[in-house]
Design a protein around this ligand. Structure first.
Ligand code: GAP
Length: 448
């Protein structure tokens, strides 16, 4: 498997197979905006669901939240985003392209070599106005992180959830940043989706919890199929910490353009709750009944991007191999992430095969995301499923009409087994839960 694949190959596969399209393409596209197609929407949903399952559903110490994108402007004054959520920007005096000052090597414009202006601080928040009157008082911002929706609801959640600390509050949702240099496909965009956990702990236990969450989050990517050698941990230097952070680790992934941040896990200390208490006038503390004391919790924040995770999963899964003299492109996506779990493929579009194939499809689709495809040659249809990472193809042939059995083909090994239609659902369920393909009890009792 290639450790690194050309980004162009990923972009092209995404377009060809309905994963990701340029936004507003018929109008020439809109820079840094992308649309998820029929396969992409499933993949993205699976990434979100895998995160939510491991962070919220499989834990008793985390609850979920869904807050509004537009919030009271006071939130962003308190959080420091109005003053500090800035990047240094320089502009080329000849071609007028704008660059992040810290990303420019040398003195001239990276495009034309022209003279650059002095850096000025550029705020990354998108501004809009609320209501029919465009005036200063109606200015609101599109949130640049989902975290603040969690902090301002800390008291609501603590008093209604009847949970004790340590307690996490998790949120998935859109964030917006007017990035100066977006790019690398869906790696850096101006509209993206965050998966954020704010984990509130007793001060003094924060370093232990930071270590805990760094490990948890690293292991999550590995469990979902990312090769360990393509991941690394990097602690932030004091000079690069965000304005709210006491400490921070990045989980970096080896993207085609080099090692880049996949997720950040920060120790935000009590910065946010103290700031919101000061600006709102509402006390935001926690009474620890066991210790008999009151304190402002510290916060550990694993913050990941849905889109950037999707990209890393796609890149790591991408593979090309030669099978019987032909090139086969495939995605070795983890079965829980694959957009389609099972494809039902009648050998040909034949009036005798179609009713049985439809019957099989109808049986499977309430339980698995199932595709039905009877167009073109069976070889082409397998290739299409391989390219979107479908773990199992079920083929219905003329023998199936007689013996009521079908063939399951496994994506990675290309191994095939034949199972009775009656047992197909159970067999697929076991395999999608991780049962080895040829270790099935059915397989063991059947002629190979
Ligand atoms: N609340 C903390 C926070 O937002 P961040 O390091 O700025 O921290 C966390 O962002 C994650 O969000 C990043 O590691 C990345 O996965 C994703 N992300 C941030 N900006 C992004 C952008 N412009 N496009 C796509 N993903 C982005």
């Amino acid at each position: 498997m290639p450790a690194k694949v050309d980004m162009d190959k990923i972009v092209s596969l995404c377009k060809r197979r309905g994963l990701i399209f340029p936004s507003s393409e018929i109008y020439g596209g809109l820079a840094s905006c992308w649309d998820y197609g029929p396969m992409g929407v499933e993949l993205k949903r699976n990434v979100r669901d895998a995160w939510w399952k491991s962070i919220v559903h499989e834990r008793a110490d985390v609850v979920g939240l869904d807050t509004s994108i537009m919030m009271h402007p006071g939130v962003w004054a308190a959080s420091g985003h109005i003053d500090s959520f800035t990047d240094p920007l320089v502009e080329c005096k000849s071609c007028h392209l704008r660059w992040r000052a810290d990303a420019v090597e040398g003195k001239g414009c990276p495009k034309c070599g022209g003279e650059l202006t002095e850096p000025r601080m550029f705020n990354l928040m998108f501004k809009t106005s609320m209501g029919p009157v465009e005036e200063e008082a109606s200015t609101v911002y599109l949130r640049p992180e989902t975290a603040q929706g969690i902090f301002v609801n800390f008291d609501n959640v603590i008093t209604t959830s009847r949970k004790k600390l340590p307690l996490g509050i998790a949120q998935i949702g859109k964030s917006f940043r007017n990035e100066i240099t977006p790019g690398n496909f869906i790696f850096r965009t101006r509209e993206f989706e965050h998966m954020e956990l704010e984990y509130f702990v007793k001060p003094g236990t924060d370093e232990k919890w930071l270590d805990y969450w760094v490990k948890e989050r690293f292991d999550w990517y590995v469990k979902l199929g990312i090769r360990k050698e393509n991941l690394r941990l990097r602690q932030h230097g004091k000079d690069e910490l965000a304005h709210y952070a006491r400490d921070c680790y990045d989980i970096d992934y080896l993207f085609p353009m080099g090692w880049s941040e996949l997720e950040g896990i920060a120790n935000r200390g009590d910065f946010d709750l103290i700031q919101h208490a000061k600006h709102s006038g509402k006390e935001l503390g926690y009474y620890d009944a066991e210790a008999g004391e009151k304190y402002v919790p510290y916060v550990i924040e694993p913050s990941a991007g849905v889109d950037r995770s999707v990209l890393a999963f796609l890149i790591d899964a991408y593979d090309e191999e030669e099978v019987e003299g032909e090139k086969r492109t495939l995605l070795h996506l983890h079965r829980s992430l694959a957009p389609v779990k099972v494809a039902v493929l009648p050998l040909s579009r034949n009036e005798k095969l179609t009713p049985l194939a439809k019957e099989v499809f109808n049986k499977l689709c309430p339980n698995f995301v199932t595709d039905y495809d009877d167009s073109q040659s069976i070889g082409r249809r397998y290739r299409r499923q391989d390219e979107i990472g479908t773990p199992f193809c079920v083929t219905i042939d003329f023998e199936s009409l007689e013996d009521k059995q079908v063939t399951i083909r496994e994506r990675d090994s290309l191994a095939q087994i034949r199972v009775p239609i009656e047992e197909l659902g159970k067999s697929l369920e076991a395999k999608l839960k991780g049962e080895a393909f040829d270790a099935s009890p059915l397989w063991a009792t059947r002629d190979k």
